[in-house]
Design a protein around this ligand. Structure first.
Ligand code: SF4
Ligand code: SF4
Length: 118
């Protein structure tokens, strides 16, 4: 299994980190040298910019999460990095919880699963 996060869409809500039963995700500060430590293709790596439409949709939502904050503050903020995609068991919990709709999973026979927020 391969898992990556499309970083320009990640709000930092940390839902993926919270729901994944096998610790595929870690939250990193946006300026961390580890912010791109998953298998995201080059155009989906973190280069310091969030997609404007994602930011407009979430930046003023008051749901108890820090959106687009530089640092992970223990509950939200920062960016999600799929550091251990090989552990994924395809439970799909993250795929329905991802605010940014930015998680991509490819299984061993090349089926691709993308997150759609519930
Ligand atoms: S689908 Fe994979 S990455 Fe997502 S929550 Fe389940 S085990 Fe974790
Ligand atoms: S659930 Fe999606 S938007 Fe939220 S931190 Fe994880 S990858 Fe980013």
């Amino acid at each position: 299994m391969q898992v990556y996060v499309e970083k320009p869409k990640c709000t930092g809500c940390a839902h993926c980190f919270d729901v994944c039963p096998v610790a595929v995700f870690e939250m990193k500060d946006r300026s961390s040298p580890d912010a791109n430590n998953d298998v995201a293709p080059d155009n989906e790596k973190w280069k310091g910019q969030t997609l404007p439409d994602v930011k407009a949709k979430w930046e003023n939502v008051q749901d108890g999460h820090n959106h687009f904050h530089e640092k992970y503050e223990g509950g939200s903020g920062g960016l999600s990095v799929a550091v251990q995609g090989s552990a994924c068991i395809l439970c799909q919990a993250c795929l329905i919880e991802c605010e940014g709709e930015c998680i991509v999973i490819t299984d061993d026979t090349n089926n691709v699963y993308r997150s759609v927020y519930k």
